[in-house]
Design a binder for this molecule. Structure first.
Ligand SMILES: NC(=O)c1ccc[n+]([C@@H]2O[C@H](COP(=O)([O-])OP(=O)(O)OC[C@H]3O[C@@H](n4cnc5c(N)ncnc54)[C@H](OP(=O)(O)O)[C@@H]3O)[C@@H](O)[C@H]2O)c1
Length: 275
């Protein structure tokens, strides 16, 4: 897909692999909508893009640890645009970001589930009218190979909390949502895929976790860019990729009943009674 003139929103594009992808797409002529919490990091990226001779991106500031923040982000994008060619749900926190202990979102949900999964779930539904208006259009969910099955008796992990499990649960939830949404969007021209970009890229999340990086944002960025614009994945939907290769996710992702339970719970938590 030629990205010139396409409108692309990437959550969490003020840092890490999202920042890299935003810069690459701006260079390809896309109209970039960047998002994060920090205005100075957004300004640094904007300056870099403009210095390179590309149009300034539009910055949307929102804290995805609050569903009100997600709604405000969606409302701002809906107010400014009539179409969206690509939505990349990339913002996330790691298993040790700000410490490995259990924390709640503003809405009282387990924080990693809220930021890494539920925010992208709500944002995708709120922005579907714009994506449908731009069809063929794409949603890319940046998940991970780290996946842990959801215990539906304790989704918020109130017992035996572990940051790695919480992170991996949120990442599997993204993949389950991807498969579920792809079914729902069949025939609409909107495709949705998920991926593990690369392992331990050199990003804030990885460094905060005390992990020595073993790959680059360029490597993970290439895999994300391929799902955004690759002609070879045009029309493909509901798939999980490990880097550039299609892969199997955790078996729970293919459990229809589990996906239905997650969908019902997510609609309720996100305040979307029916979609
Ligand atoms: N790094 C890896 O090796 C790796 C491997 C597999 C998957 N992934 C996935 O790749 C994605 C990007 O990760 P990264 O490694 O690039 O991380 P990163 O450098 O830590 O960047 C994370 C981004 O998410 C944003 N963010 C975090 N919490 C937020 C919140 N509450 N509200 C709004 N924005 C928030 C950050 O915004 P601020 O600038 O405001 O902090 C930042 O832009 C994540 O979904 C991650 O799970 C990464």
């Amino acid at each position: 897909m030629n990205m010139a003139g396409k409108t692309v929103l990437i959550t969490g594009s003020t840092d890490g692999v999202g920042r890299y992808v935003a810069g690459q797409l701006a260079a390809d002529g896309a109209r970039m909508l960047i998002h994060g919490r920090d205005t100075s990091r957004a300004k640094a990226l904007t300056d870099e893009i403009v210095r390179a001779g590309h149009p300034a991106p539009t910055f949307y500031q929102a804290d995805l640890a609050s569903l009100a923040g997600v709604r405000e982000l969606a409302d701002a994008v809906l107010a400014d645009h009539s179409r969206l060619d690509v939505l990349v749900s990339n913002a996330g926190i790691g298993s040790r970001t700000s410490g490995p202990e259990r924390r709640n979102s503003a809405d009282g949900h387990e924080l990693r589930f809220a930021v890494n999964y539920l925010a992208g779930f709500l944002l995708a539904y709120r922005l579907l009218p714009l994506l449908k208006a731009a069809a063929p259009s794409r949603i890319v969910n940046v998940a991970s190979l780290g996946q842990h099955p959801i215990d539906f008796d304790d989704v918020m992990i109130t017992r035996n909390y572990d940051g790695s499990r919480a992170y991996a649960q949120s990442k599997l939830a993204q993949i389950m949502f991807t498969i579920d949404l792809a079914e729902e969007l069949k025939g609409s021209g909107v495709t949705v895929n998920a991926l593990h970009p690369a392992t331990y890229m050199n990003t804030t999340m990885v460094r905060e976790g005390g992990i020595a990086p073993i790959s680059t944002v360029e490597k993970g960025g290439e895999a994300i860019l391929r799902l955004i614009s690759g002609d070879d994945v045009a029309g493909k939907s509901g798939l999980f990729f490990n880097g550039l290769h299609e892969a199997r996710a955790h078996p729970q992702a293919y459990d229809v009943a589990a996906r239905q339970r997650l969908r019902a719970l997510s609609l309720e938590l996100a305040g979307l009674s029916s979609v």
